[in-house]
Unconditional design. Structure first.
Length: 439
């Protein structure tokens, strides 16, 4: 019995000595000094960055050129072909004011467009590993069709319930960002980011519309509607002045100023489009909804947990402080930049499907290299354990040889999991052979 206690004590020392050695070797490999890059250079989303990370754009930012041209070209035509007629046919100061106000309004619209497009919409920082069960209130009963609920420890629940104004809201787990999305947050498949208070992804702006740029988006849509109505109205004023000056019909006046006719048709159609968006988003603001919530959940006044009344809803959108960005895209990222957002997951946690396969292979290669070095140390310590067994005075116990499942004992499983062997049969046979020979 004394010899068995000595063997058990020696095994405990072996585990205590082996594990720190592996961790130090692993740390030397993984934490090796690497090139220092900025955060925007290793960003895993689909965004585009300009001016060394100072401006963040969406993946379809080229649509900005089309949107800007649809705003600027009609204004140029208005100033080039209608300004002279309005100045001569109207009082001088009024005509100059009308012509000058149009490009000023157009510049204001373009500035709002650029602010909306080049601003962080409220991207939620990604997590480097899934949440721990004890930290995030895991439930014991998990759906069998959820990844990770089979073949191993329980996986991560797909939803988690939170209470907002007495209403239970289910927040979903994002496998890409490896976090539970905050309320009103959604993952944009185009930008590949979780966005706070996600409204929609606007192709005309080329950016997600979220908590940090929704105010500017609404101001852009509203001012574009005003610009369209402004050009539409004064094109008609120009046509009416031509009819009065030449005493001609409407068609004759349109033939004398065809640009006015083209701009009337163009601004009429555009005003319906942007005006409809303005009215729709004004309704969303008054009821405190997002476009995503309106199409997905169909809230009414009683069910919407975020509705606090018209005045409070307007204050929340237009007069509340815009939160600072949760990212500093010009922040230096030190160490192995290939694994800044792609790290090896702990045992029992599902790995994000968005992780590049090459980075995972590199990480597994590092761990196997460490395991090969430490395997020799383990076998050396097993030899010492065998030496103690040869010195024992009592007869040997044959249970060690007869136990066919000894290789799957908790101690070996722990060592195999720590060294990344995943119960490799060759490595297990080496350890078993060493034990059997020394026995």
């Amino acid at each position: 019995m004394r010899n068995n206690d000595m063997v058990r004590t020696q095994q405990e020392r072996m585990h205590a000595n082996a594990l720190p050695q592996h961790s130090d070797s692993d740390r030397r490999i993984i934490d090796a000094p690497g090139p220092s890059l900025l955060l925007y250079q290793v960003w895993k989303g689909n965004n585009k960055f300009c001016f060394n990370g100072r401006i963040i754009l969406g993946p379809d930012s080229r649509s900005l050129f089309l949107t800007v041209s649809l705003i600027v070209v009609p204004v140029i035509l208005f100033c080039a072909f209608l300004s002279q007629g309005l100045i001569h046919q109207l009082p001088l100061y009024i005509g100059i004011l009308i012509v000058a106000l149009c490009p000023v309004l157009a510049v204001y619209v373009v500035i709002l467009l650029l602010i909306t497009s080049a601003r962080d919409p409220g991207i939620i920082p990604r997590s480097l590993h899934p949440p721990e069960p004890e930290d995030d209130g895991y439930v014991s009963s998990i759906s069998s069709d959820w990844p990770g609920s089979q073949n191993g420890p329980p996986g991560i629940p797909p939803t988690k319930e939170v209470i907002i104004n007495g209403v239970i809201i289910k927040t979903k787990y994002c496998q890409t960002c490896m976090l539970y999305r905050p309320p009103r947050c959604s993952h944009c498949s185009i930008c590949n980011n979780c966005v706070e208070r996600f409204d929609h992804h606007c192709p005309w702006v080329g950016q997600c519309i979220g908590k940090r740029n929704y105010r500017f988006f609404f101001m852009f849509v509203c001012s574009t509607t005003v610009l369209c109505l402004y050009v539409f109205a004064f094109c008609w004023v120009n046509i009416m002045q031509i009819m009065d000056y030449y005493h001609c019909s409407l068609w004759r006046a349109l033939s004398k100023s065809p640009v006015s006719g083209v701009l009337i048709l163009y601004t009429f159609g555009a005003a319906w489009f942007v005006g409809g968006l303005t009215g729709f988003h004004l309704y969303l603001i008054l009821t405190n909804q997002t476009t995503y919530e309106n199409f997905r959940y169909r809230y009414n006044l009683k069910m919407n947990p975020y509705n606090r009344g018209c005045f409070s809803n307007i204050t929340e959108v237009f007069f509340s402080e815009i939160p600072r960005s949760k990212h500093n895209f010009r922040e230096a990222v030190k160490g192995d930049t290939s694994s800044v957002y792609t790290t090896s997951m702990p045992s029992g946690h599902p790995m994000s499907p968005e992780m590049p396969k090459a980075s995972s292979d590199i990480e597994m290669g590092k761990r196997k290299a460490v395991a090969a070095e430490d395997l020799e140390d383990i076998q050396t310590q097993i030899d010492s354990v065998g030496g103690l067994q040869r010195c024992e005075t009592q007869p040997r116990r044959t249970k060690w040889d007869q136990n066919a499942n000894w290789g799957s004992s908790p101690d070996i499983q722990m060592l195999a999991a720590e060294f990344g062997m995943e119960h490799d049969s060759t490595d297990r046979q080496k350890i078993e052979g060493s034990i059997n020979l020394k026995s």
